[in-house]
Design a protein around this ligand. Sequence first.
Ligand SMILES: C[S@@+](CC[C@H](N)C(=O)[O-])C[C@H]1O[C@@H](n2cnc3c(N)ncnc32)[C@H](O)[C@@H]1O
Length: 376
Amino acid sequence: MGSSAIHRSDVAAEVLAPRQITLPFAGSAEEETLRRACAYPRLRFMGSKHRLLPWIAGHLRRLSFESALDAFSGSGCVSYLLKCLGKQVTSNDFLLFASALARATIENSRHKVSETTVRGLLRQRTGGDGFILRTFRGVFFQPGDLRFLDTVWANMDAASNEAEKAIVVSAMVRACLKRQPRGVFTVAGDPERYKDGRRDLRMSLEEHFIESIGVFNNLVFSNGCRNKALCGDVFDVPGQHDLVYLDPPYVPRTDDNCYVKRYHFLEGLASCWRAEGTEILHHTKVRKIPKRFTPFSYRRTALEGFGRLFERFRESILVLSYSSNGYPDLEVLVKLMRSFKRGVAIHERGHRYHFGTHAQVSSRRAVVREYLVIGE
Ligand SMILES: C[S@@+](CC[C@H](N)C(=O)[O-])C[C@H]1O[C@@H](n2cnc3c(N)ncnc32)[C@H](O)[C@@H]1O
C-alpha cells in the first residue's frame, strides 16, 4: 500500500475531516457559492459539466427563477450548483446510481454518515451471500475489493435512514469509479498496464470508500428549500418548474453514448442487483445488465425526442447544454426551440474533454464547442 493510502484506523480522521478542495477565490458571496459548488467531486462521469460550472453559474445568475429541474442529472454537479444558488431543486435521472447521488447531495439537507456507522458497515462478516464476489471475480477489481462491497451491502442496516444509505451508495460509486482503470466497465480485467502508480489505482476500494464518505458528508447542507431527487424517465417527471436544465446524452458522430454499457456495474451496485432492470446477462463477459432505451441515443429518434422535451417543458425557462460534436446540429435544435420559445439565446465556449489514462490522454483529448441554449 502506498504512503497516501488510508488505513482502517484512519476512518475517524477521513470521515470527520475530509480533504478540502481549495479554489483561488476569496471574498464575495458569489465566489463563496461557486467555491461550494465546485467542491462537488469530479466523478469521471461521461458528459459531466463539472468543469463548466463557473460558466453555467454565470448564465444562470442572470435568469429570474426560484425552482429548477435538472432533468438529466447524471453526476449531480449541476443540481448541486442550483442548490448552492439557493433554488428549490428537483433532480431526475433514469439511472439508479445517479439518483442515489442526488438523494445524498441534493435532497438530503442534514444527514451525515457517522464514524460509528462506517465501522458498522465495515464490520467483518463473511461478506453476506458473496454475490458480488461470485459474479465479478476475475472480471473487475480484486477479490478483496469485491468481498468488501458484499460486506457493505450485508451491513447496510447500519445506515439508519434513506439519506444515509444514499451517501453509502454514493461513496461506493465514487470508490469504484476511482479504482476502475479509465472509470468505465466495458472491458474485463485489472490490467497491469493501467497501474501507472497513480494513487487512485494503488488504493483499495475500502480505502477509497472511507475517503468518499468524508467527501459526501462534507457536501451536506440545507439551502432552506425542499429539494427532491427522482429516478425515472424524463417524460414522466411531474409538476412545473420555473427553469428546466436539459443535458441529455448527445448522439455522437462515432461510437455510442450508452450509459448502461459504460456504468452497468455501478447501476447494479446501487441496489446490489436487486432492482428491476438490473438482471445480469450471464452470457456477457463483463456481466452486463440490459440497456435502457432513450430516444437521445439514436439518430432516428433524437430529434423527435428533443421536440417532445421542449414541448413538455415549454412553460419553463429552458436551458439546454449542447456540444458541437452532437447530433442533430445546433442550428436544427435552435430552430426547434424557437417554435416553442419567443427568445432563444446561444452562448458558446470551448471545452476540453478528457477521457482516458494519463498516457492516452493527449491523443484522446478533443476540443469541442460547448453551448448553452437559453429559451425564455
Ligand atoms: C450528459 S449526462 C448528464 C450529465 C450531467 N449534467 C452532469 O454534469 O454530470 C446525461 C444523463 O441523462 C440520463 N438519461 C438519458 N436518457 C434519459 C431519460 N430518457 N430519462 C432520464 N434520464 C436520462 C443518463 O442516465 C445520463 O446520466
